[in-house]
Design a protein around this ligand. Structure first.
Ligand SMILES: [Zn+2]
Length: 298
């Protein structure tokens, strides 16, 4: 996981705030010390999206004096996902059972999610930024662009002057970011993601700073690989449905034969559902109500 420290003429900023574990906190302190600063020197923290490895320590940094900024609608989504009442977790449990998840695996998902929430700080004040608005990082001008898909309101920052893209989890090298359908998701997260990839493809960017993996320069090339990847996965999903009417969990196990944890099972099912929903919106498959719900080719 990468967090990016940005030096501007008017102070230091951080893009993404690591998971709040002892290990990550020490790594953050060490990284700041390398730059000759401490946590109290951070003026601003921009969080690309609500996932725990991005939002985790934001509350601690805020209480140390930083202003925390996020894409405005992602703030409400974050408070739903990390609510101490676990409403989003409970709704997802029901949703996954409806799509064929075995209850013991679903319970593992539930416990893992609750444990992860303990690595995310409570946040008192987060400043909301609208799509297209300027975000000043200590005198360095960037612009927020909404890039839905990985989360509903994920956003990247573009520094057009220097040709730098702070990409969060939108465009990653080597791995593909998880695109999942959840009960509270926007209607077609994969359709959102493919559209958002197309909208960043031709930005005037010379350097992409992803949240996972090494910085890279060929944004358009990587976007094309990701578009091709999802086109192939859509074909594979359609082929899995074409063989027989199946529930989404069964299809997920066909598409992802090796799954090593409740986390991976959850991502696989949510990702499969995102592909099924996108095919459904394009008119290729249809969801048949039932328990579990099944999918058939139209
Ligand atoms: Zn993420």
């Amino acid at each position: 996981m990468n967090a990016y420290l940005v030096e501007g003429a008017h102070g230091w900023s951080l893009v993404d705030a690591v998971l709040h574990t002892d290990e990550a906190e020490q790594a953050l302190h060490a990284g700041l010390a390398d730059a000759g600063i401490g946590v109290a020197d951070l003026r601003r923290v921009f969080v690309t999206h609500l996932h725990p490895d991005h939002l985790g320590m934001a509350g601690t940094l805020e209480r140390a004096g930083a202003e925390v900024l996020m894409h405005a609608p992602e703030i409400a989504a974050a408070s739903r996902v990390w609510s101490k009442g676990h409403e989003a977790i409970d709704a997802t449990y029901v949703w996954f059972v409806r799509h064929g998840m075995p209850r013991d695996v679903d319970e593992g998902m539930r416990q893992a999610w609750i444990a992860m929430g303990e690595r995310v700080d409570d946040l008192d004040h987060v400043a909301g930024v609208n799509d297209g608005a300027a975000v000043d990082l200590g005198g360095r001008a960037t612009r927020l662009q909404w890039t839905p898909g990985h989360t509903d309101y994920h956003a990247v920052l573009i520094d057009e002057h220097d040709g730098v893209l702070f990409a969060g989890d939108h465009v990653l090298p080597r791995i593909t970011s998880n695109i999942g359908l959840y009960p509270t998701s926007r209607d077609d997260p994969l359709g959102d993601f493919l559209g958002a990839l197309a909208r960043v493809r031709d930005l005037p960017v010379k350097l992409v700073l992803p949240a996972h993996g090494d910085p890279f320069d060929d944004l358009a090339g990587r976007v094309d690989e990701l578009l091709a990847h999802h086109a192939a996965r859509l074909d594979a999903t359609l082929a899995a449905v074409a063989g027989a009417e199946r529930d989404a969990y069964t299809i997920a196990r066909m598409l992802f034969p090796v799954l090593r944890s409740a986390h991976e099972e959850r991502f696989a099912l949510a990702e499969t559902l995102a592909h099924l929903r996108h095919l459904e919106r394009k008119g290729g498959v249809r969801e048949i109500a039932g328990s579990p719900a099944r999918w058939r080719v139209t």
